[in-house]
Design a protein around this ligand. Structure first.
Ligand code: T3D
Length: 262
């Protein structure tokens, strides 16, 4: 697929998906949604990809749904169920299911589905200039793209409820304090810090990270008994990777490990 609304790159095991409609704050039209899904699928299939970054071009991460597409002038309203079925729901599922760590590098404002797409990623880092807005309530919608699933689990039911009803803008600094964001980087060094983080992850035992992701996915709804069983099964799988052997050997030989991701 030729990408009209994203930039896609791969270097040293790091794949980057850059949302690219900067004049409209990288708001999602259906084609951008298809571009993102296609790029995620390509990352899933490519063994050279050890980590994926999702970020935005220009001053925004993403302002969510392109409202001009959802409510076209002098035309019937778009079918919102279809938009969720074709765009946001598959994208969120791909992010959670892809067997690679996914970093949201939130470079600027993340609103509506844009905010919730970021929160669905494995690691969320933000520029000091970034902000998060559950913008849905301002236009009479409900939070989608997994927002009602992830946000209460990240920051607690009450805070999530208030942010979703009020639609307040949360600064990157407050998002970090609330637990929505792993780290906030200075604007001037944001790209460099994101690159460092991704390159570090790309050299880690990818299979182990992916099994950790699976365990965390399942922990969202499991009982402790079920989760202990999941941990046992996934630990056995992790113990069968060549990276586990390399990690232990390197430790015993007091040298840096060289992981191949398998
Ligand atoms: O509806 C469905 O299909 C169901 C799915 C829903 C999922 C959703 O994501 S619903 C929520 C949609 N998003 C929003 O409601 C956010 C709307 N945008 C904003 O509230 C603000 O733009 C921001 C808080 C994100 C940023 O504010 P600010 O002041 O920094 O920028 P701005 O001036 O408002 O926006 C700059 C331009 O981007 C402007 O265009 P212009 O005047 O320069 O030609 C603005 O209209 C455009 N823009 C921003 N967000 C969207 C958008 N155009 C279309 N859709 C947008 N979401």
């Amino acid at each position: 697929m030729e990408y009209k609304f994203i930039e896609f790159g791969l270097s040293d095991g790091v794949a980057t998906i850059k949302l690219n409609r900067p004049d409209l704050l990288n708001s999602f039209n259906i084609e951008m949604g298809w571009n993102v899904q296609d790029a995620l699928k390509k990352c899933a299939e490519n063994n050279d990809v050890r980590v994926v970054i999702i970020t935005g071009a220009g001053r925004a991460f993403s302002a969510g749904q392109d409202l001009a597409e959802a409510v076209p002038k002098d035309q019937p309203l778009a079918d919102l169920g279809k938009i969720l079925d074709e765009n946001y729901n598959p994208t969120i599922k791909l992010i959670r299911e892809i067997e690679k760590p996914v970093i949201a590098a939130v470079n600027g404002v993340a609103a509506g589905a844009g905010a919730n797409l970021a929160l669905a990623c494995d690691i969320v880092v933000a520029s000091e200039k970034a902000s998060f807005v559950q913008a849905f309530s301002k236009i009479g919608l409900i939070p989608d793209s997994g927002g009602t699933y992830f946000l209460p689990r990240l920051i607690g039911f009450q805070k999530a409820s208030a942010l979703m009803m009020m639609g307040d803008k949360v600064s990157a600094q407050d998002a970090e304090k609330l637990g929505m964001v792993y780290k906030v980087f200075d604007e001037s060094e944001f790209s460099e810090k994101v690159k460092e983080l991704a390159e570090r992850i790309a050299k880690m035992p990818t299979r182990g990270l992916v099994l950790t992701k699976k365990a965390l996915n399942l922990s969202m709804n499991n009982s402790l008994d079920d989760q202990l069983e999941v941990e046992k099964q996934l630990q056995v799988a992790a113990g069968n990777t060549s990276d586990y052997k390399e990690g232990v050997q390197a430790f015993l030989e007091k040298r840096e490990p060289k992981f191949n991701g398998k």
